[in-house]
Ligand binder design. Structure first.
Ligand code: HEC
Length: 202
């Protein structure tokens, strides 16, 4: 996804010209199995095959064990809206049961980084880069560019390394998987897995 497309989408959203639905956003993104044609140089193209998880070089140094913590309630609290398994059914009243199904996301690493950092204008998806909209790092926009109620809410502030780790976690344990496995559940719940994940044991 090019920055430009995002930016123009964000501007349209801000102007109240388009209603952002998950569908509209997905339509603007390449599907998970499409070659990352226009955006990435060949050397950066992520593995297209969801079964062979190869992390984007953008995520060099990311730590999946840190990422799972950032996803949870002691970190960025993605879980409150997206659910531990990324099914979008979290109980957060700001988007109860209506957050994106991260398992089905067609975003590449760059797209995840951007959305997590900047949020999605006009939706409950918050931003997590503390500097977002103070300068124009997000979609080329600042606070002043938004109509009332269109600027994303501020989520928990996350350091950029933590965002990379979070994306690595989502791409290895959530994205592209039709259903959470016992192993995914155990990885998320750690010490309490035996109880929390019992329902996934055959
Ligand atoms: C207050 C609820 C809320 C929180 C907290 C939240 N999200 Fe979201 N998120 C949403 C909603 C709602 C959408 C769908 C927005 C839309 O397109 O209508 C979304 C969309 C997304 C998308 C876009 C998916 C796609 O394929 O288009 C990503 C990625 C995402 N969230 C990741 C995260 C991560 C990672 C965190 C934690 C750092 C997080 N979200 C925290 C509510 C939330």
């Amino acid at each position: 996804m090019s920055l430009l497309n995002r930016k123009s989408l964000a501007l349209l959203v801000a102007a109240g010209l388009v209603a952002v639905t998950p569908l509209a956003l997905n339509a603007a993104q390449p599907p998970a199995n499409a070659p990352a044609a226009e955006t990435a140089a060949p050397a950066e193209a992520p593995a297209a095959d969801a079964t062979a998880i190869e992390l984007d070089p953008l995520l060099a140094g990311a730590d999946v064990n840190r990422g799972v913590v950032v996803y949870g309630s002691r970190g960025g609290n993605c879980v409150s809206c997206h659910g531990w398994d990324g099914n979008g059914l979290g109980k957060n009243p700001r988007s109860e049961g209506a957050a994106a199904l991260l398992r089905d996301s067609g975003l590449d690493a760059q797209g995840f980084i951007e959305i997590i950092s900047c949020g999605i204008p006009g939706t409950p998806m918050p931003y997590h880069d503390a500097q977002a909209y103070k300068d124009d790092r997000c979609y080329g926009m600042t606070k002043a560019d938004f109509e009332e109620g269109q600027m994303p809410h501020k989520g928990k502030s996350l350091k950029s390394e933590d965002i990379l780790s979070l994306v690595a976690y989502i791409q290895t344990h959530i994205q592209g998987k039709p259903k959470a496995t016992y192993e995914d559940c155990a990885f998320y719940f750690g010490a309490s897995a035996e109880k929390a994940c019992a329902f996934l044991k055959k």
